[in-house]
Write a protein that binds this ligand. Structure first.
Ligand code: FES
Length: 158
């Protein structure tokens, strides 16, 4: 192959291989179709499902199957950390409490064998109604309405 012919083929190859990149770089639309925000690296976790609700409105926080399999649901309802369990005294009803310990804000854990919530950080314990039963926490966990509809657990934090 002659030198001139070779350089010609190289030029065509370079243009062909960089064309898709050049077209993408010149586009002013992102994957979402927005022209206002340039695309950014996707390093963050996917956004949580939208759980914003009006005061008193019930929002779905998880599946009944997950509640029964794990013994509890630790989730969010309208930006409030919530822990939901079946009431051991009446398993058709649910108990939903704020999951953040009133001492310093660690997430409480459900201790089914003792029917109580326990804080792993400093040992506070809470009864089913949220009342603090063991120091250092002295204030109760907020209690919320919860119910089952179909296959979903719903909580109202309003
Ligand atoms: Fe729960 Fe301290 S944060 S006992």
């Amino acid at each position: 192959m002659k030198r001139r012919s070779f350089l010609g083929w190289m030029g065509v190859g370079a243009i062909a291989s960089s064309l898709p990149v050049a077209i993408a770089a010149c586009s002013n639309t992102s994957e979402t179709g927005s022209t206002d925000n340039p695309p950014t690296a996707n390093t963050a976790a996917p956004p949580a499902p939208e759980t914003v609700a009006a005061a008193g409105e019930f929002v779905a926080v998880g599946a009944v199957a997950d509640l029964d399999q794990n013994g509890f649901l630790l989730t969010k309802a309208a930006d409030t950390e919530v822990i939901v369990v079946r009431n051991p005294q009446s398993t058709e009803t649910l108990v939903a409490l704020n999951a953040l310990c009133t001492h310093k804000g660690c997430k409480v854990e459900w201790k089914g064998e003792a029917s109580e919530f326990s804080c792993p950080c400093h040992g506070a314990k809470f009864a089913l109604d949220g009342k603090a039963t063991n120091a250092p926490a002295t204030e109760a966990l907020a209690s919320y309405s919860a119910k089952i509809e179909g296959t979903q657990v719903l909580v109202s934090v309003g």
